[in-house]
Design a protein around this ligand. Sequence first.
Ligand SMILES: NC(=O)c1ccc[n+]([C@@H]2O[C@H](COP(=O)([O-])OP(=O)(O)OC[C@H]3O[C@@H](n4cnc5c(N)ncnc54)[C@H](OP(=O)(O)O)[C@@H]3O)[C@@H](O)[C@H]2O)c1
Length: 244
Amino acid sequence: MSTTNSLNGQRVIVIGGGSGIGLAAAKKAAVLGAEVVIASRSSERLEQAKTAITGNVSTAVLDFRNEAEVNAFFEETGQFDHLVVTAGELKHGSGKLADLDTASSREQFESRFWGPYLAVRYGSPLIRKTGSITLTSGFFGDKAIAGASVPSAVHGAVENLGRVLAVELAPVRVNVISPGYADTPLHDGLTPEQKQAWFDQTAPALPVRRIASADDIAGGILFLIGNSYTTGLTLTVDGGARLV
Ligand SMILES: NC(=O)c1ccc[n+]([C@@H]2O[C@H](COP(=O)([O-])OP(=O)(O)OC[C@H]3O[C@@H](n4cnc5c(N)ncnc54)[C@H](OP(=O)(O)O)[C@@H]3O)[C@@H](O)[C@H]2O)c1
């Protein structure tokens, strides 16, 4: 098994790198010597994120749901080595199916499936043959939770997309990271008190007894980038959440 600890001379693009798991992955890649590009919608958040990264980093404003923008972004980018897509939102599509608004459910796919689809569609031709793609799903893809049918379906779709692309885009490797509950700005729709109460209630039930940090999940992403014998894999980093 060949796992490299150096990304010297390699370019890594992180769509969603302005926050949370993507930012943590960008930091780690930069520390390993990569030239990192972080992309997401808010230029303000990107500039803030850039100051938190030590190393060679640049930013790009991008809404990955917009096909023309994604195409233009990759036309600018040129060749690179690793694409990481963590971008996604937690605004829509949870609740029992009968209660869901169909437009909100479709919006989940727009952001979490069609965004990664477009990123791969336009980014993959520019990835060097020794490179990789890492997409993001979530442990709901592995577990039947009432009220989570749409997120679960999105995660399953991303995981199957990754598996087939591993064959289609070979020798470029394609993997998926599947996080469990992680303490990131994704949950900032809750007040700090609500968030803390939810984490306090959830953590003791997990086999590892704690909520993940963004860093915990980013460690999995760096493994998928660096391990040259890993492809078509969904790596679940969930502290055992899918088991309980
Ligand atoms: N945290 C968890 O508990 C958890 C659990 C399971 C799965 N996940 C998945 O893990 C991924 C990363 O989550 P996170 O916790 O790191 O969330 P986060 O901290 O909210 O970061 C998400 C990033 O995606 C960007 N983004 C959102 N929509 C975008 C769009 N349309 N185009 C470009 N960039 C966009 C956001 O920046 P802008 O808003 O500025 O665009 C932000 O930089 C998500 O796909 C999430 O579903 C997270």
